[in-house]
Ligand binder design. Structure first.
Ligand SMILES: CC(C)(COP(=O)(O)OP(=O)(O)OC[C@H]1O[C@@H](n2cnc3c(N)ncnc32)[C@H](O)[C@@H]1OP(=O)(O)O)[C@@H](O)C(=O)NCCC(=O)NCCS
Length: 307
């Protein structure tokens, strides 16, 4: 489209981008604050570079595309993107993608779509965004995996009392994390679940009360579950993990119930269990159902467009 200019967006562009996103991302409901979290709140700025590129025509924002790269990991992401309806099929998304690619350092070898660790809107492309699916495949992206979000019904509270007594008898203590737990958490995640989940639980800790529950034996941390690290208006659960030696006696389900009870107390009627994982576990202990399916797309840099 002639007379279309592409530039980097600033936070002041949020209202225009929100209008565009709200009108085009029709399978999602979200506030300006949630979109701002996704686009303009760089998580872990020391490792990641976050940008939004916007396309403008006659003074109007007609498209945007988010770009994220992680230094040292050789990996980049195309985040949220959309073109206003009456400007489609004129190569604007293609031009945005080209700008994004050109802005990346040479070390970026692999590009994924939407599944940005620690700050994702969705963990892949909802295939009901069929035009986007066609666009990505045309541009050389390859579908390599599916994943799902589950939904949990929060209409009733989960009763943890009997399970807590049983676990206490077995020497397991459960409690909500507090801000003095920083060193304990650092050591635990360095050993067990890695920096990405350490980061997500640090975001969950910013809530009041902290959205992080712990299980300990002999004062050693053996399991955790978190919620509200991001996408808080959706009632977002996770991550959770139990160390291999502590798996089996039912610690995980109690931790899950604690988080779901928190989300219920915060006023949510349902919770999202994103990017799962062990579906049977959530089905059995919280009657969760598959709510959405996502297709994950990636491309090795240098892959030519499809014919
Ligand atoms: C997906 C989207 C961004 C594409 O934008 P666009 O500017 O129309 O894309 P382009 O013009 O650069 O398309 C490039 C190629 O992609 C393919 N493509 C794009 N839209 C297509 C469609 N509706 N059907 C089939 N192929 C399509 C075509 O091969 C096209 O080339 P061609 O027009 O020469 O045949 C746009 O349809 C959109 O905003 N959709 C809603 C938002 C969305 O789904 N976002 C993804 C979730 S974050």
């Amino acid at each position: 489209m002639s007379d279309t200019a592409i530039r980097l967006a600033q936070p002041a562009d949020l209202p225009a981008i929100y209008e565009l996103a709200r009108g085009t991302l029709v399978h999602d409901a979200f506030s300006p604050a949630l979109l701002a979290e996704k686009l303009f709140e760089p998580r872990r700025p020391e490792e990641y570079t976050w940008n939004v590129h916007v396309a403008e025509h006659a003074g109007r924002t007609i498209g945007f595309m988010q770009s994220v790269t992680r230094a040292g990991a050789g990996k980049g992401w195309i985040g949220l993107f959309a073109i206003t309806e009456n400007a489609r099929r004129r190569g604007i998304a293609t031009a945005l993608l080209e700008h994004v690619r050109q802005s990346w350092p040479a070390e970026i070898a692999e590009v994924e779509v939407l599944a940005i660790p620690g700050n994702y809107f969705t963990p892949g492309l909802d295939p009901r965004y069929t035009e986007a699916l066609c666009f990505l495949e045309r541009r050389g992206f390859e579908r390599f995996r599916d994943c799902v979000n589950l939904t949990a019904d929060l209409s009733r509270e989960f009763d943890t009392s009997a399970e807590l007594r049983r676990l206490a008898d077995a020497g397991v203590q459960m409690r909500r994390a507090c801000k003095e737990d920083g060193t304990l958490l650092d050591a635990f995640f360095a050993e067990q679940f890695g920096v990405d989940w350490r980061f997500e639980v640090s975001l969950a800790m910013r809530n009041n009360p902290p959205g992080l529950h712990l299980a300990l034996r002999d004062e050693r941390l053996i399991a955790f579950s978190a919620h509200s690290s991001q996408n808080r208006e959706w009632g977002f659960f996770g991550p959770m993990g139990t160390t291999p030696v502590a798996r089996g006696p039912g610690i995980g389900r109690v931790l899950l119930w604690h988080c779901l009870n928190d989300l219920r107390a915060a006023g949510h009627r349902t919770a999202v269990i994103p990017w799962v994982g062990p579906i049977a576990f959530y089905q059995q202990w919280a009657s969760c159902r598959v709510e959405r399916v996502f297709w994950r797309y990636r491309m090795m840099r240098g892959t030519p467009d499809a014919n």
